[in-house]
Design a protein around this ligand. Structure first.
Ligand code: FES
Length: 513
């Protein structure tokens, strides 16, 4: 694909995630008419499907998963699919900021998630490339060695099988690593497609191409969608970023980060293990057995959504992987957008403590294979009225002043910036400078316009105000989308919404070029 930007850099390989490219598209029907269920789950990623599966297994008579697009095509379809309790360097910080008891809950729950996935794979005989591997966070510089050693001590203190490794079988200089043994990796779509098949039927539904527009009531809850209405006793929002919030609850305590993946084939033998750097810019590596030989997934370059030049991040990753391995081919490129909480621990539980029927799961900080499974286990217990010993650390109503205040206020400042348009740096003075296939924010007749010229030369003019809360969207030049920097809504080039929390497309702008 050629991009008409100033560098003419050609994005390498197929513009699709390996997981989506190697599995058939699902084809569940949309909702039709009015439906009643015990539990409705918005979002068909790992949280939604696993929760529906566990609820059905536990005997809940009717559960519905409602997905705006096709299931497992959002964040879960674009992950690197490491199944690990090692989430970068986290445990030393968790102990100091949350205390040992809650750090223990985090560690135990994520270890339990690995075993839950392993037991489902085994009991259902799911062929999903599940393999046990060690996971490593390595120091790229001497300054990080102390952090690595502290992490080893913290993880051991919490009962994780962690050790310090002085040397790694990687072709570049490292300064030691923390190793977690007996972690895993898998093919997330093969796994979750099997769970979806197990879930559907006998009163349980998966509705695709059904966009939830509104949630009303405290119980039963009414969900209005673009295809019909669904009433449920309990509702879980597992939509990445929730579409329904209570004032002050979440929107200012979550932000979005975009990161990038290349699927490459290399000359060398890749070692057993999953690797990630302790420092920024993050460099993450894992292998995946694939039909025509092993594929290496190299990822990183995370940045706040809507900031920076997306193509540059792919170029940085390509340059780096070519500097450390002999690359035979780059077969895939894709990117993903993750939600991060201000204290870096997911929100799983009741949206507000006074409402028994509305639940959320979000903020997985790029580690959603395990934390998404943790969410499914906790939410299943909460809905069934069972006690769960990990709830406290993930409680969405928590606020850790010492840990969160600085990030919280900088997040408010970022969101405010987006709302008043400080981010806007028009790429083009005039719409006439926009080439076919390009988009930019421009001034036309004194008004800001999100302008995109299609390959036939037609200029689409849109109001750049995000339909969620009015932040100004930015052009993503790698994926040809409009991305909102505030809470991560995304729109295609012509303004149709493709990612919540916005549920409606950008307005057309009636101005002359
Ligand atoms: Fe919230 Fe755009 S996603 S304002």
């Amino acid at each position: 694909m050629t991009n008409h930007n100033e560098t003419d850099y050609v994005l390498p390989g197929k513009a699709e995630s390996y997981w989506i490219a190697t599995t058939p598209e699902s084809n569940y029907p949309p909702i039709s008419g009015d439906t009643h269920v015990d539990v409705a789950i918005l979002g068909g990623g790992i949280v939604g499907i696993t929760t529906a599966y566990l609820l059905k297994e536990a005997g809940v008579p009717s559960v519905a998963v409602i997905e705006a697009d096709r299931i497992i095509t959002g964040v879960t379809g674009h992950t690197t699919a490491k199944v690990t309790s090692q989430h970068g360097l986290i445990y030393d910080r968790l102990i100091s900021k949350f205390g040992k008891q809650q750090a223990q809950q985090y560690a135990e729950s994520n270890q339990a998630a690995i075993e839950k996935i392993a037991s489902i794979v085994s009991s259902k005989g799911i062929a999903c490339d599940f393999v046990r591997k060690p996971a490593y966070v390595y120091a790229s510089s001497e300054e990080s060695v102390g952090d690595i050693r502290n992490e080893v001590d913290a993880a051991q203190n919490l009962g994780i099988s962690a050790s310090f490794k002085a040397d790694l079988p990687l072709p570049f200089k490292t300064y030691g690593a923390v190793c977690f043994s007996n972690q895993a990796q898998f093919h997330p779509r093969k796994y979750l497609r099997a769970l979806a098949r197990e879930t559907e039927g006998d009163g349980c539904h998966i509705f695709e191409k059904t966009r939830a527009l509104k949630i009303e009531g405290d119980g039963p809850v009414t969900i209005t969608t673009d295809k019909g209405t669904i009433k449920a006793h309990k509702v879980i929002q597992a939509t990445h970023f929730p579409i329904h919030d209570k004032p002050g609850m979440l929107f200012q305590r979550l932000y979005q980060s975009r990161s990038y993946v290349l699927g490459v084939r290399i000359e060398e033998h890749f070692p057993q293990g999953m690797f990630i750097s302790a420092e920024e810019p993050v460099r993450s590596l894992r292998s995946q057995s694939a039909g025509e030989g092993e594929l290496i997934l190299v990822s990183g370059e995370g940045h706040r959504t809507g900031e920076g030049n997306e193509i540059d991040h792919y170029r940085n990753l390509e340059k780096w992987i070519r500097s450390v391995y002999s690359v035979n081919s780059i077969n895939y490129h894709w990117s993903t957008q993750d939600v991060i909480t201000v204290d870096h621990v997911p929100y799983i539980g009741r949206l507000t403590s006074d409402n028994e029927n509305l639940f959320i799961a979000t903020g997985f900080r790029k580690w959603g294979m395990t934390t998404g499974t943790v969410a499914a286990m906790i939410l299943t217990d909460m809905i069934l009225g069972r006690s769960n010993s990990w709830e406290e650390v993930y409680n969405p109503s928590r606020f850790k002043p010492l840990e969160s205040a600085k990030t919280f206020f900088s997040q408010v400042a970022e969101a405010t910036k987006g709302l008043i348009g400080d981010r806007i740096v028009p790429v083009h003075e005039k719409a006439s400078q926009i080439l076919p296939g390009e988009g930019a924010i421009v001034n036309i007749e004194g008004e800001k316009v999100a302008a995109y010229r299609n390959d036939a030369g037609v200029l689409h003019k849109l109001d750049p105000s995000c339909r969620h809360m009015g932040c100004i969207v930015s052009w993503n030049n790698a994926e040809n989308t409009w991305d909102c920097p505030c809470h991560g809504s995304r729109y295609n080039a012509t303004g149709e919404v493709i990612k919540s929390p916005a549920v409606y497309g950008l307005h057309k702008k009636n101005v002359n070029e």
